[in-house]
Design a protein around this ligand. Structure first.
Ligand SMILES: Cc1cc2nc3c(=O)[nH]c(=O)nc-3n(C[C@H](O)[C@H](O)[C@H](O)COP(=O)(O)OP(=O)(O)OC[C@H]3O[C@@H](n4cnc5c(N)ncnc54)[C@H](O)[C@@H]3O)c2cc1C
Length: 306
């Protein structure tokens, strides 16, 4: 819990970039979550470093939030600082070309779909794998986001981070380890910049590919209702949604949280769902899937806070 002195110090340090007791439901795609003691929209790396050092010397926890498309904040909110890469972290540019290859540098707060659209316009291929995946590039790298077309880890050349001590460093791909929906980046490290290796391709073919992915998503996912994306990681030979369907959980509801009829690995907020509703539903799905298949599902989403 932040004291009055902490709040005063943060105001001096960050001015209007810090807000207190802000509802995290405004910053998560499922529209659920309690209050953040302090929500900080960071302008630049210097401000981030200052804030991390301030928090470290006072032993105050912090959490890095992108677009909140894979994060469930509990109803009690977050006791500490929620750090959000604000408008100062939304730049990206072509930095190198060599034959068919192109290298694009993007800041951690860039909305993924803005970058996908730009790649289509430029005729760059490689990022179609993230077509329709919400979030920021920083969140994508931390989670190693991907689709049936591939994962972001496969095209990352280097990542620039600010570590938990406020130190800036660049990690080359040889030192990065990406697994299914997981990277080896420490939870306290903030992805500031990503260097991606793409290729020049056929613009029309790229556009068609991206359009098809979007159409498929629209047909198979409840994109129009607040949700968190896939709640569970795939496990075993079957997809998580198949296991959940077979366990009879499709359409099951707890409070205002419900297992989507369109995609059984999605939990939707039908309006006013609480994190408690979502967590009870998650527990119920896990129990039913274990009972029917023997498989213990692991959550893909990050559950944070009190
Ligand atoms: C409708 C829908 C469809 C989805 N489809 C897919 C899909 O097909 N494939 C897929 O992989 N995912 C999918 N997701 C999940 C989600 O989009 C991805 O996990 C995405 O990478 C999360 O990005 P974010 O910025 O929203 O991260 P957040 O939810 O804000 O954060 C997720 C994690 O990343 C960390 N993080 C965020 N930003 C940074 C940063 N700059 N530096 C370090 N750590 C950071 C957070 O601390 C947290 O641990 C879907 C979600 C939704 C709602």
């Amino acid at each position: 819990m932040l004291t009055t002195t902490h709040k005063e110090e943060l105001k001096v340090l960050l001015g209007e970039d810090v807000e207190f007791d802000l509802s995290l439901s405004l910053y998560t795609s499922i529209r659920v979550g309690g209050l953040a003691d302090a929500f900080i929209s960071l302008k630049n790396a210097e401000e981030l470093q200052k804030t991390i050092l301030w928090a470290r010397t006072r032993n105050i926890p912090f959490f890095i939030l992108g677009k909140g498309s894979n994060t469930l904040f509990r109803d009690g909110g977050f006791r500490g600082l929620v750090l959000h890469l604000g408008k100062g972290f939304r730049n990206f540019a072509l930095v190198k070309e060599e034959g068919k290859n192109v290298w694009v540098e993007a800041e951690g707060g860039v909305p993924t779909q803005q970058m996908v659209r730009w790649c289509v316009e430029q005729g760059f291929t490689g990022l179609e794998r993230l077509a329709g995946v919400p979030g920021t590039l920083g969140g994508n790298v931390f989670m190693n986001a991907g689709t049936y077309l591939g994962e972001i880890g496969e095209i990352v050349e280097e990542v620039s981070i600010c570590d938990g001590k406020g130190k800036l460093q660049t990690i080359k791909k040889e030192k990065l380890d990406f697994e299914y929906r997981k990277s080896n980046l420490a939870p306290s490290s903030v992805v500031l910049k990503v260097l991606l290796k793409l290729e020049k391709g056929d613009k029309e073919a790229i556009e068609k590919n991206v359009r098809e992915v979007f159409e498929k998503r629209g047909l198979t996912q409840p994109v129009e209702i607040p949700n968190l994306g896939s709640v569970f990681k795939n496990a075993g030979k079957k997809k998580a949604w198949e296991l959940i369907e077979e366990a009879g959980c499709k359409g099951v509801r707890v409070g205002q949280a419900r297992v989507s009829e369109k995609h059984a690995n999605f939990i939707i907020n039908e309006g006013g769902a609480t994190a408690k509703d979502v967590l009870i539903l998650i527990g119920l799905i896990k129990d039913k899937v274990k009972e029917s298949s023997g498989i213990v599902l692991e959550t893909e989403i990050k559950v944070v806070g009190e």
